[in-house]
Every structure is written in C-alpha cells, then in structure tokens.
Design a protein around this ligand. Structure first.
Ligand SMILES: Nc1ncnc2c1ncn2[C@@H]1O[C@H](COP(=O)(O)OP(=O)(O)OP(=O)(O)O)[C@@H](O)[C@H]1O
Ligand SMILES: [Mg+2]
Length: 249
C-alpha cells in the first residue's frame, strides 16, 4: 500500500489558553507541491513547525510515509530532520559561514559526507540555482535579501531531502526576484521529485508553485483544492483573502 509522504490527522496546538491550530487534517503525496495560504497569525508557521518537530502538538498525529511521528518525544525532531529540510521565514543562514560553507554544512554534518564531497555537492547545488561563483565565498551579510533566500534554498536542497518546507520564501522581494524564486522552487521540486510545502501570503506565487492549495483561517483549515478551483471558491473567507489579488489582475 502506498502511503502519503505526509499525513496530518486531527492536529491541535494551543499556547496557554489560546487555540492556535484546531483539528487540522491533510495529506501530501510524493512529488506533490502543497501551498498553505492564510492571513498573518492564522497558524501557518506553527503548523509546519509541528510537522518538523520544532513544536509539540497537543493532540493529533503526523505520519511520514505511513510512520507515525512520536509527538511529545524528542525522536520526532530526529526522524523529521533526516527527511525534511526547512527554509525558515527569515532565511536563517549561519552569519559566520560563507555561502559555500553554509551549503556544504548539511551534506558534511547531517549526511556525514567528507569535506571534499560536501564541497562538491555545494558547488553543484549553487550551479543548479544559478548562484554566480563571485558570491560563493561571500558572507550572508554581504548578499542581497533575494540572494540570501536563494542560498537558503540551495542549502536546503543540498541535503537531498525527501520533503522541503519553505516558509514565506518570497516575502519582502520585488516581483522579479519573487518570480525567479517561484520558478526555482517549482523546478527543483519537479526535477528532484521532492514533496514540498510552501507557505505564502502571495496568491500569484501560490498559483505558480502549487499542485494543491490549503487555506488556514484562525487555526482551521477552511479550504483545500486545486489552484484552478481557488478563484471559484464561494467560501467567504477565501473570497475575502483572494479579493485584492483578483482586483489586481
Ligand atoms: N512560541 C509561541 N508562543 C506563543 N504564541 C505563539 C508562538 N508561536 C506562535 N504563536 C502565536 O500563534 C499564532 C500563529 O502564529 P504563526 O507564526 O503560525 O502565524 P503565521 O500564519 O505563520 O503568520 P505570518 O504570516 O505572520 O508568518 C500567532 O497568534 C502567534 O502569536
Ligand atoms: Mg509565519
């Protein structure tokens, strides 16, 4: 039997008395690109942090390839870390490491490659993402914000993950840089057969990147479907969320 790559069942998470995620259910299949949309504070980052084990859900189950992750156990982080790369909302590169060192870190220290092979993997990864060699030995603070995001993606791909999670990859970028990033995400996921979850506020990006879209609203998954069906939704919150996009196109 073929299991979904990721399955989330009845996930619930609160901080103190405040319910942040409530009865969340969804599946993502091998090679599928799921985009999660929703307003600021709707719980998108908390959801993905639960999936990778950075936060412990209060209830519910998460399965990777049919294996249930032990919630409330530190093993969760270990299991997830072996198959999932997470690109944080703020890129989160190591400031004191050069671009190539940032990218070779995963292959060397997570995948236990020797230094020479790890560097070779980093070089391949940088070439795939069109990072010009003049940047390879620079430090994150010397790069533009869009290049930092591309380096963060190269770093995430270099460990050859089964699953990659991008938290707001294009926020703060101009339209050209954001389109380039969407294209790189789409191509990388397709070429490497990676399963991807991308969080975004940007409906244009969502429509480019997604095979399927899920919308969170106040901690609930209120809509999911194909990108082509999003504009047809009659759900009041979905319509409210996509209205600014519809009026700009
Ligand atoms: N560690 C935490 N402790 C307490 N509350 C938290 C914590 N992390 C997130 N929250 C709260 O959970 C809610 C959802 O946060 P989350 O970061 O998931 O939103 P988001 O949908 O990713 O928003 P944005 O689009 O602004 O990134 C917010 O109200 C936030 O303040
Ligand atoms: Mg967030």
């Amino acid at each position: 039997m073929k299991y979904p790559r990721i399955e989330v069942r009845e996930l619930k998470k609160s901080f103190d008395e405040t319910v942040i995620l409530d009865h969340i259910n969804f599946k993502v299949h091998l090679g599928e690109s799921l985009v999660i949309i929703g307003a600021s504070g709707s719980g998108k980052s908390v959801l993905t942090k639960c999936i990778v084990g950075l936060l412990k859900p209060d209830n519910g189950d998460i399965f990777l390839d049919g294996h249930r992750l032990e919630t409330n156990s530190s093993d969760n982080t270990t299991v997830a870390a072996n198959s999932i790369s997470y690109v944080f909302q703020n890129s989160a590169l190591f400031d004191s490491l050069s671009v190539i060192e940032n990218i070779s870190f995963g292959p060397q220290f997570l995948n236990k490659q020797n230094e020479k092979d790890a560097n070779e993997i980093a070089r391949e990864s940088m070439k795939k993402l069109d990072i010009h060699p003049k940047f390879w030995f620079m430090y994150p603070k010397e790069l533009s914000s869009s290049l930092r995001k591309i380096v963060a993606i190269a770093r995430a791909l270099a460990v050859k993950p089964k699953i990659i999670i991008f938290d707001e990859p294009s926020t703060g970028l101009d339209i050209r840089a954001s389109h380039k990033l969407d294209y790189l995400i789409r191509e990388s996921v397709k070429n490497e057969n990676i399963t991807a979850i991308t969080i975004t506020h940007d409906i244009n990006s969502a429509l480019h990147i997604a095979d399927s879209i899920a919308m969170l609203h106040e901690g609930k998954l209120i809509w999911s479907g194909k990108p082509s069906d999003l504009k047809k939704s009659s759900h009041v919150e979905v319509r409210r969320f996509i209205k600014p996009f519809l009026s700009s196109t």
